[in-house]
Design a protein around this ligand. Structure first.
Ligand code: G3P
Length: 227
């Protein structure tokens, strides 16, 4: 499963990329707004942290297909080939995705709350569709189940489109979709950290340290002892 950081905080992106096997960063206008900074400057900085190979997802702003396409071209020219342009999965968005996919630009149909939105984005040529698990849960439906249904539809109809599962609030939601074979997930930094945030794990690691100190001077590593 591809794993993306759903955040634009530069220090958090640097920290997570250093520690975890991260495939890139996803943004949307709300995520960029949280930085309080110029969005173009932030996107360029994220690209420079990611290097040329990892993917950055950036969203178009206008509501008409023609202007969405204009934003998409500008984003790809700013951020390079490994850019996935996010477009809302609404009628004008499907129209823009159709054009952009014929131009070879990678797109993600975002703001997906229903399986038929995902179906239409996939049929329009989107490389990814992004359903919002936690927001669907908060509407009284089962977000994980909706995403599983979308995956079944994509498989049944032979689309190459990947699901980029988004809007997670806990690691259980991610685990359920990872176990189902969902191909990509994007998570806030706190959710990524929660994958390994567990007192039992910390306890076991600390026990190893303490036990080793019984047979070697405190703070010494294997490399120290071998050298
Ligand atoms: O990538 C979409 C995602 O950012 C939405 O998440 O937490 O605003 O529901 P959230």
């Amino acid at each position: 499963m591809e794993l993306y950081i759903d955040d634009a905080n530069i220090s958090e992106i640097r920290r997570l990329i250093d520690l975890y096997p991260i495939d890139g960063v996803t943004t949307n206008p709300s995520i960029l707004a949280k930085t309080g900074e110029n969005p173009v400057k932030v996107l360029k900085e994220i690209r420079s942290i990611l290097g040329p190979e990892k993917y950055i997802f950036a969203q178009t702003i206008p509501m008409t297909a023609a202007d969405m396409i204009r934003d998409a071209h500008a984003l790809v020219s700013l951020l390079g080939e490994k850019t996935v342009v996010k477009l809302p999965s609404i009628p004008e968005g499907f129209k823009a995705i159709r054009t952009l996919s014929t131009e070879g630009i990678l797109t993600c149909g975002t703001v997906v709350y229903t399986p038929m939105q995902a179906y239409l984005a996939a049929k329009s040529g989107a490389a990814y569709v992004a359903p919002y698990i936690n927001r669907i849960d908060n509407m009284g439906f089962d977000g994980v189940h909706v995403v599983q249904q979308i995956q079944d539809i994509l498989t049944l109809h032979g689309f190459n489109t990947k699901i980029l599962a988004a809007s997670f609030k806990n690691s259980q939601q991610v685990l359920s979709l990872c176990a189902y074979g969902i191909e990509a997930a994007t998570c806030a930094p706190s959710v990524i950290d929660s994958f390994v945030k567990n007192a039992a794990i910390d306890g076991a690691v600390n026990d190893f340290l303490k036990d080793f100190e019984k047979i070697a001077p405190s703070g010494q590593s294997m490399a120290d002892l071998i050298s």
